[in-house]
Design a protein around this ligand. Sequence first.
Ligand SMILES: *Cc1c(COP(=O)(O)O)cnc(C)c1O
Length: 374
Amino acid sequence: MKVPYFKPYIGREEEEAVLSVLRSGWLTMGPVTEEFEAKLRDYLGVKEVVAVSSCTAALHLSLLALKIGEGDEVITTPFTFAATGNVIMHVGARPVFVDIETKSYTIDPEGVKEAITERTKAIIPVDYAGHPYDVRAISEIAEDHGLFVIEDAAHALGAEYEGKKVGSLSTTTCFSFYPTKNITTGEGGAIATDDERVAERLRLLRLHGMSKDAWKRYTSVGKWYYEIEECGWKYNMTDLQAAIGIKQLERLDRFIEERRRIAKIYNSELDGLDVITPKEFGNVKHAYHLYPLLLKDYDRDEFIRELGRRGIGCSVHFIPLHLHPFYRKEFGFRPGDFPRSEWVYEREVSLPLYPGLTDEQIRWVVESVKEVIG
Ligand SMILES: *Cc1c(COP(=O)(O)O)cnc(C)c1O
């Protein structure tokens, strides 16, 4: 029996949608991207959605649109993917790491309070594995100190906090449509925001800083006219990607139900073992992007080898940013600096969790974990 760590779920509808864009003669950003943005906006219940080339671009553009740069500090967690920290470096700001709390593995609000200085401009919380960050505590801190919240929701499309969808909870919310994420467009991302002025800046910066409606002010010149208002980036989505996204979005709620069903099976089968299983803390709806299992008393790397021998693929999320050579060199970080992130990292293994896993595969994963740990 083979259980790959991940396999995207792509159907005939996606294939036909791509074909139709290919035949339309319009391959880059255009009407299909606008349709995808509108559908995502409706799904999330937000005023604005801006589709981009990746979640990394979404995070980078959020910082740029909010005018965060040289001399500013941005608070985030080291327990994340490289993109979250790298984009802060890209704008010339300083990433200030705050450790996670040990239930949902999201940024610790008490630590955030202590890390704020007069240079702090924003907080980037990460919805680890699909569990929303502590929105109530973090927004209160952000309001008290006049900070923006840029949510890294790469894992959390479809998640909810107190009945509200992730996407409507922060200044901007950044989603990923990378193949492993809850829905995919091959590569792609989006920014959700309720702030129309921010959305306008995001659109400008997504495409060279080119003002689309400049020609309106020069009607005698015509439609070929544009103006570069700022030094922007080339971060647009394409209609080929958006066509896949529209079909994937239609499947999203069923995808999440299936992820939840599998996670529940894993939880009920594995809870008796010497492990910590993922749970929902507070009034949230988890998006179950990952199934992070913590091994309390079994070597993680040995466990991955044992599951590999049984044909089961696993992954690890995440190697804390402060342990990577770049961040160590740049900021002098050392092992022990963020002990909770390191504690989780050392024990964490992500089990296969995606729509398309068969009952036999799920059973095989459960039996194998029990056999190896037992
Ligand atoms: C995947 C991921 C990203 C980056 O997403 P891309 O779309 O590949 O740029 C950012 N943050 C987290 C937490 C991720 O898991």
